[in-house]
Design a protein around this ligand. Structure first.
Ligand SMILES: Cc1ncc(COP(=O)(O)O)c(C=O)c1O
Length: 437
C-alpha cells in the first residue's frame, strides 16, 4: 500500500488561506443541522437501547427496506431487502468485494482514471488493474472489448469491471444511455461481473438519473450506494446490493471486519429518510453544486491558458483537467500550494503511473467566490509553469545547438539534439532536452 495523494494533501489544505479544490467533501453545512440534531437527540431518548446496542451483521432491516426505495429512483425495482448489505460507507463495500473476489495476481478492469479509494482496495488485495479508456460519454465500449479480447487471448479473465457510471470521480463524465447497453452486452459475451459504484447518481443538474446498470441486469451487476453525498459522510452509511450467493459472503466478511455496521448511524439515516424531507434536501444539494459547477467552468474558461482542457460534469463534484503537453501536475503542486490553491494530481487515479498531465478539481465545498479565486490562482501557476518550461527548453535547445556545433563527430549515439529533432520552436518540444535539470 502507498500513501494516498488525497490524505497527504489534507494537512496542507486545511490551512484557511489555501483555497482547496482538492477534497471531495460534501457541503454538509447546507443540511438543516438544527432539525437533524433534534432528530438525533429524540432518537436516542426514544430508542437508545437499540441505537446504542450491537446490531445485525447485514444491517438494520427497516433501513434495508428504505434503501430499496432509494434505489428505485434509479430504476432498480426488482431488488429485495435480503440482497442489501449495509456497510460502513460504500468504501467498506469496496473493501469487502475485494476480499471476497480477489486473490493476489487477479486482473480487474477499471476506468482510466479510477476512484482512488477503489484502487487502494484493489491494490491492497494485490490485484492487477487494467485501465480502460473513457471519453466524454464515459467508458468506451470498443476499449473494453479490446481489453477483454486481449485478456482472453492470454487465456485470462478479469474478475470484474469496476465502474462509476454517473458523474465519475475523478473524471466528471457520465456513461451515456447507449453505452450502458453496450457495456452490459460485452459483460454477457465475456461472462464478466460488473461492480457499479454510484454515490453521486441522484446529484445530477441537467436531467433525471439514467437507469442504473443494476436495473438492466440483476445477475451480473453488483451495486454500491451511499448516503455520504445525499445526506452526511460522517455517519458512514453505505450499502451493497448483490445476488444472494455474493451477499452471504459479504455479510461473513463484514462480520469479520466490523461485527455489524454502527446501529446509531443506521437509525439516524432511517429516521431521516422517514421523518425529514430528504429528497427536498437532495434538490437543495443539486442546486448548490450546480451553481458551484457553473462557477468552476466559467472561471476555467475565462482564466486558463490556451491548451488546458477540462471535462464538463452534468452532476456530482468533479472536473478533470488536462494540462498542456510537458506539464506535470504533481511537480507543479508545491508551487500551487505556495500560491494558496490545492488540487489532487492525476497520478493518484491510476494504478500504473499514468496521469502526469491531469488534475482533479472538486467544486463541492468552497463557495463560488472562493472557487473563482482558486481557479484564478491555479491559472496563474499554470501560466508560470508554461513560462518556466519555455525558458528551460529554450536554454536547453541553445546549449544543445552550441555543443553540436563544437562536436567533431556530431551527437553521441542515441542522443537526439534539438537540430536533429527539426528545430521545434521553444516550448513545443515533445520530450525534454537532455540538459533539462
Ligand atoms: C466513486 C466513489 N466511491 C466510493 C466512495 C466512498 O464513499 P463513502 O465511503 O463515503 O460512502 C467515494 C467517495 O468519495 C467515491 O467518490
Amino acid at each position: 500500500m502507498t500513501a494516498s495523494e488525497i490524505r497527504a494533501l489534507f494537512a496542507v489544505v486545511s490551512r484557511p488561506e489555501v483555497v482547496s479544490l482538492a477534497g471531495g467533501m460534501p457541503a454538509v453545512t447546507a443540511l438543516p443541522l438544527d432539525s437533524v440534531g433534534s432528530m438525533i437527540g429524540a432518537l436516542v431518548s426514544r430508542l437508545g437501547a437499540q441505537a446504542l446496542q450491537y446490531g445485525s451483521g447485514q444491517g438494520d432491516e427497516r433501513l434495508r427496506e428504505q434503501i430499496l426505495q432509494v434505489m428505485a429512483l434509479e430504476g432498480i425495482t426488482d431488488a429485495s431487502a435480503d440482497e442489501v448489505v449495509v456497510t460502513v460507507g460504500s468504501q467498506q463495500g469496496l473493501d469487502l468485494l475485494a476480499r471476497v473476489f480477489l486473490d493476489p495476481g487477479d486482473v480487474i478492469l477499471a476506468e482510466s482514471p479510477s476512484y482512488v479509494g477503489a484502487l487502494g482496495t484493489f491494490q491492497a488485495a494485490q490485484a492487477h488493474v487494467v485501465h480502460v479508456d473513457m471519453d466524454e460519454s464515459g467508458l468506451v465500449p470498443e476499449a473494453l472489448a479490446a481489453a477483454l479480447a486481449g485478456l482472453a487471448a492470454q487465456g485470462r479473465q478479469a474478475k470484474f469491471l469496476y465502474t462509476v457510471p454517473n458523474f465519475h470521480n475523478p473524471a466528471g463524465v457520465t456513461l451515456s444511455e447507449p453505452r450502458r447497453e453496450q457495456i452490459l452486452a460485452l459483460a454477457e459475451a465475456y461472462d464478466l461481473l460488473v461492480i457499479e459504484d454510484n454515490p453521486y447518481g441522484l446529484l445530477g443538474f441537467e436531467h433525471e438519473p439514467l437507469r442504473a446498470l443494476r436495473a438492466r441486469n440483476a445477475e451480473r451487476v453488483i451495486y454500491l450506494g451511499s448516503f455520504s453525498k445525499t445526506f452526511a459522510p460522517g455517519l458512514r452509511v453505505g450499502w451493497v446490493c448483490a445476488p444472494h450467493a455474493v451477499r452471504d459472503k459479504l455479510v461473513l466478511a463484514s462480520e469479520a471486519q466490523v461485527l455489524c455496521p454502527p446501529a446509531l448511524s443506521q437509525l439516524v439515516v432511517a429516521e431521516y429518510l422517514d421523518s425529514q424531507p430528504w429528497f427536498e434536501q437532495v434538490k437543495v444539494f443539486r442546486e448548490l453544486y450546480h451553481e458551484r459547477r457553473d462557477a468552476t467552468l466559467e472561471a476555467l474558461t475565462a482564466l486558463m491558458p490556451a491548451d488546458v482542457t477540462w471535462t464538463r460534469p452534468e452532476g456530482g463534484f468533479y472536473v478533470w483537467v488536462t494540462l498542456p503537453e510537458g506539464l506535470d501536475a504533481k511537480a507543479m503542486q508545491p508551487r500551487a500550494v505556495h500560491a494558496r490553491v490545492a488540487y489532487v494530481p492525476g497520478i493518484g487515479f491510476y494504478a500504473d503511473g499514468q496521469g502526469a498531465r491531469h488534475l482533479r478539481l472538486s467544486y463541492c465545498f468552497p463557495d463560488p467566490d472562493r472557487i473563482r479565486e482558486g481557479v484564478r490562482r491555479l491559472a496563474g501557476v499554470v501560466e508560470e509553469e508554461l513560462e518556466l518550461r519555455a525558458t528551460f527548453l529554450g536554454s536547453s535547445d541553445e546549449r544543445a545547438v552550441r555543443r553540436d556545433a563544437s562536436a567533431p563527430q556530431g551527437s553521441a549515439p542515441g542522443e537526439v539534439s534539438s537540430r536533429t529533432r527539426g528545430g521545434q520552436p521553444h516550448g513545443q518540444a515533445d520530450t525534454p532536452g537532455p540538459d533539462l535539470p
